[in-house]
Design a protein around this ligand. Structure first.
Ligand code: MN
Length: 287
């Protein structure tokens, strides 16, 4: 028996985040924060060509508190700096996992050389909520490069790149505060793989490249998003052409969500406190 599909979504119209991220916002939107909890945001920059520039495009200094930001690059490179002194470049197939927790300032830009040359840019940013007891811990930064991703061969040319959580006996490299499975699946045409998650997990996929047949039934195309029902059953993904699929399955956090802009807490009071702390400079400094 297959895990049934709840909805298939086309990408909503795009908006710009700063001048560097041309994103379709799947969550919160057609899928609410509560429904895909603890994934409380998904911004998808579908493949888009940016022209050469000497002034890297992106988002200038801004705060976060109460959750984690996860950035996955498929095409192009992203540079990152934060107020804890962390910085890095996210290259193709790589992931940056930033635990904002008690508060951080950061900025996110196209990497300088990529900007100079211009090119196709293709990425996802997720916000993963933190349980209340971890919201005010020290911020943390995980740079997950090609070498640290757990690669599982399905066949000669198809593979799963496990970022977080489990697949069979394999474990992804990211340390997490909730049970979360995140993987990129690279399938050659006509090849397939299967997954099984707990029925109370919130589970979705995004088709990053190509098209797939899901559960011997639905055909899903590039840039479409699929939300699964909270029911037992196997998820079977078969590539109709060479495909890349982002798969997310997360154990819900059963706590209230209070969200305002870059802060995600449990109560309105905590949101006011976050805003106050930010204005008082408690998130550090970053130029
Ligand atoms: Mn940010």
């Amino acid at each position: 028996m297959f895990r049934p599909v709840e909805k298939i979504l086309n990408p909503p119209s795009f908006h710009m985040v700063g001048d560097g991220f041309r994103v379709h916002n799947f969550i919160p939107g057609a899928v609410t924060m509560e429904r895909m909890n603890p994934i409380i945001m998904m911004d998808y920059n579908s493949k888009y060509y940016f022209s050469p520039t000497d002034q890297p495009r992106g988002v200038d200094v801004h705060p976060h508190r109460g959750f984690e930001t996860i950035t996955i690059a498929y095409k192009g490179r992203i540079a990152h700096h934060d107020s804890k002194g962390n910085s890095g470049i996210i290259g193709e197939g790589e992931v940056q996992w930033m635990t904002a927790a008690s508060g951080i300032l950061h900025k996110e830009y196209h990497e300088r050389e990529f900007s100079k040359q211009g090119g196709e840019f293709h990425m996802v940013q997720l916000w993963l909520n933190l349980p209340a007891k971890y919201k005010m811990i020290e911020p943390k930064y995980q740079s997950i490069d090609k070498d640290s991703i757990e690669t599982i061969k399905i066949s000669e040319l198809s593979r799963i790149e496990l970022i977080a959580g489990k697949y069979k006996a394999h474990q992804g490299p990211a340390t997490t505060f909730t049970n979360a499975h995140l993987s990129n699946i690279y399938l050659k045409q006509s090849e397939e793989c299967e997954f099984n998650f707990r029925s109370d997990d919130n589970t979705c996929i995004l088709i990053v490249e190509g098209s797939v047949e899901l559960n011997n039934d639905s055909k899903i195309s590039t840039d479409q998003f699929v939300l699964f029902k909270n029911q037992e059953g196997m998820i079977k993904i078969k590539a109709l052409e060479d495909a890349v699929v982002l798969l997310i399955s997360v154990e819900p956090i059963h706590e209230p969500i209070a969200a305002y802009g870059p802060f995600v807490m449990n109560t309105q009071d905590e949101l006011r406190e976050a805003f106050r702390d930010y204005q008082m400079g408690k998130f550090g400094e970053l130029n």
